[in-house]
Each structure stands twice: as C-alpha cells, then as structure tokens.
Design a protein around this ligand. Structure first.
Ligand code: ZN
Ligand code: ZN
Length: 358
C-alpha cells in the first residue's frame, strides 16, 4: 500500500521484525549498541547486518503521527507521552506535532504542582495553541489563579468557553459572580448567570446547582423558584448517577457513603499549588473551603462566608452545597452573637440560606 507521498508501507513481516528489534532506542546508547524488545541492551555483532536497516525510519510520518494521536488521546498520565518523546529525536519531533497535541487527553498534561517547571508550562502552552480546549482551560486556570496573570488566564479560559467547554464556562461564571481579579464593583451577575446557564445546559453539575440557586434566589436573574428547583433536582440526579457508577470507597472522614465527584485536573492542581504554600494564597486571602475546588480569593473578603458559623467561605453556592453534604453540616455551629441577633431559624435553613456576603 502507498501513502499520499508515494512511499510504500513496510509489509507485515518487516513490521514484526521491526517491533522485535529497533523500535525502542535510547539516545544515550552507543551507536553500536542495540536494545531488543525485552529492553535488554546488547552489542551488535557481524551477524547482525539486518539491524543496520532501521525499519522505523522507513515508516512514513503520517502513519507514526496517527499512532501517536491514539497514544496521546488515551494517555493515563503525562509519563505515557513523555517516555515516547524521550525515545528518539524523530519521535520527539513527531510527538510534538500539533495534531498529536490537539488530541491529548486531560490526563496527558495533568502535571502535579510540585513538578511545575518552565518545560511543563511550555508543553501545556503548546497543547493549548494546538487547539486542545482542555489544555487551554487548565493553563488558563493556572495562569489566572496561581501565576496571577489574570488577563492571560481569562483569555485562555474564554477560548475554551467559546468552544462550549462546560468547565471553562462555569469557571468564567464564578469569576463574573465574584468580580475575581478586580474590585467588588467588577461583579457582573447577569454575565455570570448567562455563562452558568450555558454550562448548566451542557450538563455541568456545579453549574446546574449554581444556576438553580440563582433562579430560586433571583440572583442576577428573575426569580423562578419552580424552575430553580428543577435544576437542583437535575444536579442531584446527575451527582447520584456519578456516585452509583463509581466504586464505593468514600474518603476517610466523609459523611456520605458515596464518592464525591472527582475534581477537574485544573482544580486538583490549584489545591496542590496552594496546599504547598500552607493553604495561604496571600496576606488576608482565603481559599474556598470546598476541598476539591482549590480556588483562592483574589482580593480580601471576595468569597461569601457561611452566615451560620462564619468560619468557612466559598467561591460559589455549588461549592457550599457540596461541602455541606460532605463535611460542613456536622461542623457548622452558630456563633453566639448571631444566635442573639438572628435567632435559631438560620440553622434549620441549611445550605440554601447559609451564605452571606463578607
Ligand atoms: Zn469553590
Ligand atoms: Zn457554617
């Protein structure tokens, strides 16, 4: 069979021979050494004349790129890609092909905060520039919250949001609701509701919950309690479906017998990044109390606090609702002065009314 370039693909026997011999190669190897398919290094001998033909080099680029696309889209960890890139110069060049990077799964660039480096940043940037929307969103979150490049981060998130990436739409909604990266007057509730509604219609659970509360409370949108309840029920149904689909192994100390939804890799990075810095994003700034969120305040008193205890604070109602179910409902103790001022009613109101602007 011929490629578009007119190059013949090797026949099946040649491919088998190739797989057994020279596909795995290390740059630091002596040119006279060979690594067989078991990974063992051995010295070439005079009888190994057939090894001088590198069958891998005779494979056309488009075929190798096609294989690498499959690999990057199914990668379970960054090492799955990086090990291939470090194999030889050709795989390094083809592995960084735009088509390969655009297909990379979110787990392929799920870099740990402790391993963050210029090269990790460059790799994520290349993935984002190749049109990979998950990479664009992840780098956007890292730049906005961790590297404090607000404009660059929001722009990358917007690129992913334009292509209907629900986590990006929801994160931009949180930024609009809180006026993150600006002052209190930069809050734009209507824009937040529009973005959140779009993410909710795409089935994003946090967005469904946030949008439901907005409708119930008339927050940035005309109040519609029945419609808000419908969205909250939908959020619970999706959450329940995710919980029963996952194996039952709740985290230690959790109040529920199901696994909480797995955080997006971008949120996990944020949690690790600020966790390494003692959970303090800056002087007088606090983290969202929902452990899986990882969003920090970008100015003092940005997040709303629990109006019952005043101890915890959340970036959004969605985070508060989830943390209430997982942890906070047994920890939330009314502060004495608030009991005197407001009576006991607020405690029974539970999660829906327990948010207060700081
Ligand atoms: Zn949060
Ligand atoms: Zn509380």
């Amino acid at each position: 069979m011929r490629t578009r370039r007119g190059v013949c693909y090797p026949d099946v026997d040649d491919c088998r021979q190739m797989m057994k011999t020279v596909f795995i190669r290390k740059r630091r190897c002596d040119s006279r050494d060979e690594i067989d398919f078991t990974g063992h290094k051995r010295r070439r001998t005079g009888s190994d004349k057939c090894f001088r033909t590198d069958y891998f080099d005779s494979l056309p680029d488009d075929l190798v790129i096609s294989v690498l696309c499959k690999l990057s889209s199914s990668a379970e960890r960054p090492a799955d890609i990086l090990n291939v890139l470090s194999t030889c110069k050709r795989l390094n060049e083809l592995g960084l092909n735009l088509l390969v990077l655009s297909k990379a799964s979110p787990k392929a660039f799920e870099v740990r905060a402790s391993n963050w480096s210029d090269s990790a940043h460059r790799f994520l940037k290349n993935c984002a520039e190749s049109g990979n929307i998950a990479a664009s969103y992840t780098l956007g979150m890292i730049r906005f919250y961790c590297l404090q490049n607000r404009g660059g981060g929001a722009s990358l998130m917007a690129k992913a949001a334009i292509r209907s990436y629900a986590p990006a739409l929801y994160s931009l909604a949180v930024i609009q609701f809180n006026g993150s990266g600006g002052s209190k007057s930069d809050k734009d509730l209507r824009a937040g509701v529009a973005l959140c509604g779009r993410a909710a219609f795409l089935g994003h659970v946090d967005a469904l919950r946030e949008f439901g509360h907005c409708l119930q409370d008339g927050y940035g949108v005309r109040q519609n309690i029945a419609e808000g309840r419908r969205f909250l029920i939908q959020a619970n149904a999706r959450e329940l479906f995710g919980a029963v689909s996952a194996p039952p192994s709740p985290a230690p100390g959790s109040l529920v017998s199901w696994n909480p939804p797995e955080p997006h890799p971008a949120n996990r990075f944020l949690s690790e990044w600020f966790g390494e810095r003692g959970g303090c994003p800056g002087e007088g700034l606090r983290m969202c109390s929902n452990e899986g969120c990882g969003r920090p305040e970008t100015r003092k008193h940005e997040f709303r606090r629990c109006s019952v205890c005043g101890v915890v604070n959340y970036c959004s109602r969605a985070c508060q609702a989830l943390d209430w179910k997982l942890r906070h409902r047994v920890e939330c103790v009314p502060v004495d002065r608030w009991i005197e001022e407001e009576g006991d009613g607020d405690v029974a109101d539970g999660v829906n009314d327990a948010m207060d602007e700081s």
